[in-house]
Design a protein around this ligand. Structure first.
Ligand code: TRP
Ligand code: SF4
Length: 403
């Protein structure tokens, strides 16, 4: 995953408990799609989990393999995506430390998740150095692979934006060299007449008019050059935007419209609301949880009409049901034509049908811990090769190679 990175996707997930339908519909189904389209790196963010669970590390160690098995069971394919564990790649920590030296405190303090999480998780002591550095560690995760596309939820976009600012700052500080401009001009010439002309035009359009599409086109043009050295490519990329080499490229957030999975109470499905159905929930428990779900409070008796808009079961129908089923619900809820138990039955069946094959594959993987370990070992090795290369380069531009 070096130099050309725009097609590389990277994302992590914290191992802080059982995976549930919210993870499946909000994140994993999207990963499954992405793995066919891009070269994907998915990892277990166990160090990130430590920021909130440092006094409760048992949850982490218990969740790591469970989570990996759940990923595999839902269809994350190790033949397509590279799967690994963050703490097995010490280069994440080294880059985090090196970047911490030049990261302004105020940048960290003003990231919205910092105060939001402290308010939300009042029962945890989050006034730690590690927690303040959470987004910086995330930046290191991304930049150590020079990943171009980061699938994240709305709440994490600010972390990707922060990563972009850090990369820019890093390149500005450490990507400078004597006679940069001369060297960049030489590099342009080496592209050949036609490409040189195109490059200059695109650069001008971006610099004078802020034309981002021109910038993207120019970056793609540079990345596809065959006879240009790596150093010159970095100059050409850097010269598009400024006066320094691009050592660490800026990633982009890949915001995907995922269906928000409601919880049993109608709020977002989340462990902290205790409204989840886990990916390993037994069929009996799924049935029990849906059957006892709250419905429109106006439907006290079977003969009272209801309004789907006031009922969390309706939100489940929106995820799972066909158009015909939804029409059936709407009409018969409002006319009291069906009872709530009847209305819930198709939801129960859909969830059971969704979870059955997942459960079967989960059991298979649980019986083969060696093959799961082998998948992760292989992923870690592949990830580490890339991370090592980046760190060698980073140490070098920072002047930390002593020979
Ligand atoms: N912070 C992310 C979350 O809570 C997890 C994460 C850690 C991550 N490192 C990352 C996501 C790097 C994307 C890229 O969901
Ligand atoms: Fe909710 Fe269905 Fe009952 Fe209407 S009939 S209140 S949509 S469970």
């Amino acid at each position: 995953m070096n130099s050309s990175n725009s097609q590389h996707v990277l994302s992590g997930m914290r191992p802080t408990g059982k995976l549930h339908l919210g993870h499946l519909h909000g994140v994993l189904n999207n990963w499954i799609k992405l793995q066919h389209e891009y070269s994907c790196y998915f990892f277990v963010a166990d160090w990130h989990a430590l920021t909130t669970e440092y006094d409760n590390t048992g949850v982490i160690s218990q969740s790591v393999w469970e989570m990996i098995i759940d990923w595999l069971a839902v269809g994350i394919n190790p033949g397509e995506a590279t799967l690994f564990i963050q703490s097995k790649i010490p280069e994440h920590a080294e880059l985090h430390l090196l970047m911490s030296m030049s990261t302004p405190l105020s940048w960290l303090e003003r990231i919205p998740t910092y105060k939001d999480q402290q308010q939300k998780l009042r029962n945890k002591d989050l006034s730690t150095y590690g927690f303040l550095g959470y987004p910086l560690l995330q930046s290191a995760d991304i930049l150590v692979y020079k990943a171009g596309l980061i699938p994240v939820g709305e709440d994490q976009v600010s972390h990707v934006e922060f990563t972009r600012e850090l990369a820019r700052r890093f390149n500005h500080i450490y990507g400078r060299e004597a006679n940069f401009e001369d060297k960049a001009r030489d590099a342009i010439r080496k592209m050949g007449k036609k490409n040189a002309k195109l490059y200059k035009e695109l650069r001008k359009n971006f610099q004078e008019q802020g034309d981002v599409e021109a910038l993207n086109t120019a970056q793609a043009l540079v990345e596809t050059q065959q006879n240009i050295s790596l150093g010159d490519k970095k100059r050409l990329l850097g010269y598009l935007e400024g006066e320094s080499k691009t050592i660490l490229p800026e990633p982009e957030a890949l915001l995907t419209k995922t269906s928000k999975m409601p919880g049993l109470d109608g709020q977002k499905m989340s462990k902290s609301y205790q409204n989840t159905i886990s990916l390993r929930e037994s069929p009996a428990s799924v049935e029990q949880k849906i059957r006892t779900m709250q419905t429109d409070p106006a439907r006290i008796r079977r003969t009272d009409p209801g309004d789907p808009k006031k009922c969390p079961v309706w939100q489940f129908h929106q995820i799972y049901s066909t158009v015909e089923q939804k029409t059936w619900v709407k009409e018969n809820c409002r006319s009291a034509g069906i009872g709530c138990i009847e209305c819930k039955q198709p939801v129960i069946e859909s969830i059971l049908a969704e979870l059955a094959p997942i459960r079967e594959r989960t059991l298979n993987f649980i019986e083969e811990p060696e093959s799961v370990r082998a998948i992760i070992n292989e992923g870690c090795e592949k990830a580490r090769d890339t991370a090592r290369e980046t760190l060698e380069e980073v140490r070098q531009v920072m002047g930390l190679v002593y020979r």
